[in-house]
Design a protein around this ligand. Sequence first.
Ligand code: ADP
Ligand code: MG
Length: 286
Amino acid sequence: MNIIDLKKVVYEYFRRDDEGNVTGITTAVDHVDLSVKPGDFIAILGHNGSGKSTLAKHLNAILYPSEGTVWVDGMDTTEEDKLMQIRQTTGMVFQNPDNQIIAQIVEEDVGFGPENLGVPTKKIWERVEESLKAVGMYEFRKKSPNRLSGGQKQRVSIAGVLAMHPKCIVLDEPTAMLDPAGRREVIRAARALNDVEKITVILITHYMEEVIYADHVYVMDHGSVKMEGSPREVFSRVDELSALHLTVPQVTLLADRLKKSGLPIKSGILTRDELTAELVRIKSGR
Ligand code: ADP
Ligand code: MG
């Protein structure tokens, strides 16, 4: 069974005037089908306003579809009596770590979620420890979150979600406010959750280089899925990505230009090592 299933999901925001009359409708999600298997690492790409956050909010019943159906671990998100279970299945991490951290000490912050769920105290501390270790923040457990870098704060936010033992974590542009070092830390932590903890990860981003390790990539534009496939399949379609205002990783772009200028380079190059290997192969005439 899929952990997440969306069938023909539509979401419309209604604009209203002061009297409450509808003055306009934005279709933010437009007939999206999406399925995620347990243990997958899925990436959702798209420029600003393409509908990524609206879609993400359907994955733990913050929003309900105007049309179509969303299932989380087999539960239809509109079933009211399943709300708690749905929210526990998919944890969310948002863009701004400062809005997500509440306590004055890192370990207390991470313990907040499980405490709210009524987990016994001794178990809370076990969960706090394992979650902080999973994101590489255990040595900071006694620190004040205010003293941490953006990347460290965001990893504490991830630990806080992890401590609630979700099956799936949705990260909505978790690196958008971070410097390159912070971005790398957070992406590494997200990959470890998937590789080591076997948690399903849905990473929303507009940084292409963050998705090269994903199992499957969806590209959104104007609320609908315009491209999907493995990172290699998607990144071999450089011109389409550019038309959707997405900047392809430099090495992919360079490989694409070399290919178009006549070098027999394979398409969908994702890393510098792959490009080097291709150039060596071509030079040696193999
Ligand atoms: P993304 O996360 O890809 O930037 P969003 O899901 O935030 O995209 O937005 C998709 C569309 O829905 C945009 O046109 C945006 O202006 C609109 N939108 C988002 N949130 C609201 C809201 N609360 N009320 C009305 N329109 C909204
Ligand atoms: Mg967004």
